[in-house]
Ligand binder design. Sequence first.
Ligand code: MG
Length: 470
Amino acid sequence: MNRRDFIKAMGWTAAAGLVGPAVGAGAISEKKPNFVIIYADDLGYGDLSCFGHPTLKTPHLDRMAAEGAKLTQFYSAASVCTPSRAALLTGRLPIRSGMCSDKRAVLFPDSGGGLPKSEVTIAEMLKPQGYASGCFGKWHLGHLPAFLPTSNGFDTYFGIPYSNDMDRIKDAPKDANTKPEVEYFNVPLMRDEEIIERPADQYTITRRYTQEALKFITKNKNRPFFVYLAHNMPHIPLFSNKEFRGSSLRGLYGDVVEEVDWSVGQILDALRKQGVAENTLVLFSSDNGPWLVYKQHGGSAGPLRDGKGSTWEGGMREPAIAWWPGTIHAGSLLTDTASTLDVFPTLAELAGAVMPEDRIYDGYSLVPLLTGKGPGKRDIMVYYRGTQLRALRKGPWKIHLFTKTEYMGQKIQKHDPPLLFHVEIDPGEQYEVGNQHPEIMADLLEEVKKHQATVKPRPSQLEIPLAKGS
Ligand code: MG
């Protein structure tokens, strides 16, 4: 009887601290684990039923959380798409990789830049460990050949290389009763480096991304694999396949989220059916908070303040679920602070890869937290917008140096003294308490200085224009 069977036979669980990571000391599996990251676009903290939405139904994500772990203080590293995705895939703050800008929030079809070659993606880190990697969905780290997934360690790519509202011919309607048309957005659908459809039929896009990911899982079930399934939904314009149209009590936005939920169910079912569920870590989260200016077409940050584009909690704290039957204790509620920046070192540890030592990383392995062996290692979270450090969290305390309600026309407000909130007692950031805690304010300001001393901003890749004729 191997150790895993022994632990199972004894009825012990990860919560008892007895199940270790799949590699290293006390290994529970000789096989390298598979990884699946499912990333939604602009999904808010409050948009899943297991995160408290009253009318949106997400039974598959709810089941995933019941069988795995729900992380309630999990942050993306930026409040908009491009920098958030760069941070997830490289484990580094976008200011270090040049994947943010004060002039342009994200990459656009007229951008000539992308993720610098010198950055190491998760797929590149996993390749020498024998992994097959597939990217399905939204990329948004550069649409020119040099920057596409297939130039960044992925063996295959199928998706829209940037946001689904780009290449606009007409604006998306903000009125909840008006549905957008696919033809308003002349976005390409690519397979590897080739455009295969334009405009992409977005009504079927969630379904097709899912089908491609399922094919990849089936094909690679006998070797370690990494699936990065980055849905374009529920970013506006909202599209769902016909089975989901009109199905949700939450309206059109609910229809598309419920289709993403269906997709998650398909992936988890396939992992079970292929017999690899117990050797696969699946993570679900979102790149940034809800795009509130789109009203009913935008999501909800639940109890958190503000949304996409802002450094209030609603902009960067995301719903997160981790699933790994037999290794993550079913029904875990993890309230430790964690981030997409922690995914790279987590997967590196589990795959037995050595972290590159020639650069600064901004994350910590989540293996102890996820396996119930110890607390999370993250004490500090920094909140950037572009290259500006706007806020910092240490433990339960957060200071805001600058705030701006994004996309609402408000100017950036500088706070001197900064605003101080206790975001565990007051996750909605409603009650400023700076006057009562001068020593905490001073400590956090010291952390701001310490962090800033580690940052040497790289020139922005988002400001590079497309060369004429390309
Ligand atoms: Mg987004």
